[in-house]
Design a protein around this ligand. Structure first.
Ligand code: MG
Length: 367
C-alpha cells in the first residue's frame, strides 16, 4: 500500500451533554477533535486521537498531539514502513510517550490496510461478539437528585451499567442515593480520576455499595497506595490513567495495585498493544473493560471492535445516549441494552464529508 498523504483533521463539535469529572469542573460545550486521515492508493484510513484540550486528565493534550504528529511521528513514518501498521509500530517506538498520537497514526494506517483487504478491524483483532453491552458514563453532579435523574435517563436509553464520575466529599452520599433509587441489580462502578487521598474515610464508606469497582481513587502514579487500599477494602480497585503499556499493567498486577483494568487503546499506544493487554488479562484472570474518551463515532467504532474481544468481562463505555449534537457519522443505535459492532471493512466508520466542512486540515504530502 502506497500512502500518498496524511492529513490532520480537526472538526468542531457541540456536545449534547457535558461530562464533568473530579479533574474537570467546567467541561467544554464545544469540542475540537483531532483525526488522522491516511490517503493511500488503495483506499483511505481514519482514526481519532481522543485527547483533551488541556493536560488535566493526562499529560497528553490536543496541541501537543498535533505537534508531535507533525514534527516527529509523521516524518519518521515517511522514512519507514509507512504502509504497514505492524512494522510501523516498532519503527515509531523511538518516540517516547505520546501514545494517543502514535495510536491514531498506527490505526489510520491499519484502517487503510484493512479496507484495502476488505477486512474489519473487529475480525483483525479477533473479536467474537457482534454487539456489546451499552455501558453509560455519568457526570459528576452537585446535587444527588441530578445524578439520579441522569442515571434514570441513561437506563431509559438502554444502559446496561453505570460508570459514575465521583470526587471527594460527596461520592458516598451520591452513590448511596443512586443505590437506594435504583436497587441492587444495576451494575454500578465509580471513577474518581485520582482525586482521593489514601486515608480518606469516604473510601471505606464506598465499600458498602456493592460497586463493580472503584476506578483510580488515588493519584495515577501512586501504585503502592492503590495496593494498600486494595488490601483494606473489599471493592475491587480499578486502574486507568497509569496503565500505558503491557509492562505498566504487569507492574500494577505484580504489586496487587490493580484488580480491574480499564483499557484505552489510545492510551496504550494502539490497537495491537491493546490486544496484547487483553491477552495478558485473560491469562491472569483479570477483569477488564474498554474505557471511552468521549470519542466521536470515528473513535467509538474502533473502541467497539476492541470491546468485542472474548476476554472483555465487563461492559465497555458504549453509551446509548448521543454524545454530540451532530456526530461525524451515524453508527447503528443501541438496542435492548446492547450496541452493535460496526461491520464494514476497517473500523467501518468514515466521517460524512458534509460534517467536516468547517474542520481545519493540515495536509502532509509524501516526500
Ligand atoms: Mg477513568
Amino acid at each position: 500500500m502506497r500512502v500518498r498523504a496524511i492529513e490532520l483533521v480537526t472538526p468542531h463539535l457541540r456536545m449534547s451533554r457535558a461530562l464533568r469529572t473530579a479533574h474537570r469542573a467546567d467541561p467544554p460545550v464545544k469540542r475540537h477533535r483531532l483525526l488522522v486521515h491516511v490517503v493511500a492508493d488503495e483506499g483511505d484510513g481514519w482514526a481519532e486521537c481522543p485527547v483533551e484540550a488541556a493536560p488535566t486528565y493526562d499529560a497528553d493534550y490536543s496541541e501537543a498531539a498535533e505537534l508531535v504528529l507533525r514534527r516527529h511521528l509523521v516524518p519518521r513514518a515517511w522514512a519507514g514502513p509507512i504502509g504497514d501498521a505492524d512494522a510501523l509500530e516498532g519503527h515509531l517506538a523511538s518516540v517516547r510517550g505520546h501514545h494517543p498520537a502514535r495510536a491514531a497514526l498506527l490505526l489510520a494506517v491499519l484502517d487503510a490496510q484493512l479496507r484495502a483487504a476488505d477486512r474489519s478491524l473487529a475480525d483483525w483483532l479477533g473479536a467474537t461478539a457482534s454487539s456489546v453491552p451499552a455501558g453509560a458514563a455519568l457526570s459528576l453532579h452537585d446535587d444527588p437528585d441530578d445524578l439520579v435523574a441522569e442515571a434514570t435517563a441513561a437506563l431509559g436509553a438502554g444502559a446496561a451499567r453505570l460508570r459514575v464520575k465521583v470526587g471527594p466529599g460527596r461520592a458516598a452520599l451520591h452513590l448511596r442515593a443512586l443505590r437506594d433509587q435504583l436497587g441492587d441489580d444495576v451494575p454500578l462502578q465509580a471513577d474518581a480520576n485520582g482525586s482521593f487521598e489514601e486515608d480518606d474515610p469516604e473510601l471505606a464508606a464506598l465499600d458498602e455499595l456493592a460497586l463493580t469497582c472503584i476506578e483510580q481513587p488515588l493519584a495515577p502514579d501512586d501504585l503502592l497506595g492503590h495496593a494498600r487500599l486494595a488490601g483494606r477494602i473489599e471493592t475491587p480497585i480499578g486502574l486507568d490513567e497509569p496503565l500505558t503499556s503491557v509492562g505498566a499493567v504487569e507492574a500494577a498486577l505484580a504489586l496487587a495495585a490493580c484488580e480491574v483494568v480499564c483499557l484505552k487503546p489510545s492510551r496504550v499506544g494502539g490497537w495491537a498493544a491493546a490486544r496484547r493487554i487483553h491477552d495478558l488479562c485473560v491469562d491472569r484472570g483479570v477483569p477488564l473493560f474498554v474505557g471511552g474518551m468521549q470519542e466521536t463515532a470515528v473513535g467509538r467504532a474502533a473502541n467497539l471492535a476492541l470491546a468485542g474481544l472474548p476476554g472483555m468481562t465487563l461492559p465497555p463505555d458504549a453509551d446509548p445516549r448521543p454524545r454530540f449534537e451532530q456526530d461525524l457519522l451515524d453508527l447503528p443505535p443501541a438496542a435492548e441494552g446492547r450496541v452493535p459492532l460496526p461491520t464494514g471493512p476497517g473500523t467501518g466508520a468514515t466521517p460524512e464529508p458534509s460534517r467536516l466542512v468547517d474542520a481545519e486540515v493540515v495536509r502532509m504530502e509524501a516526500p
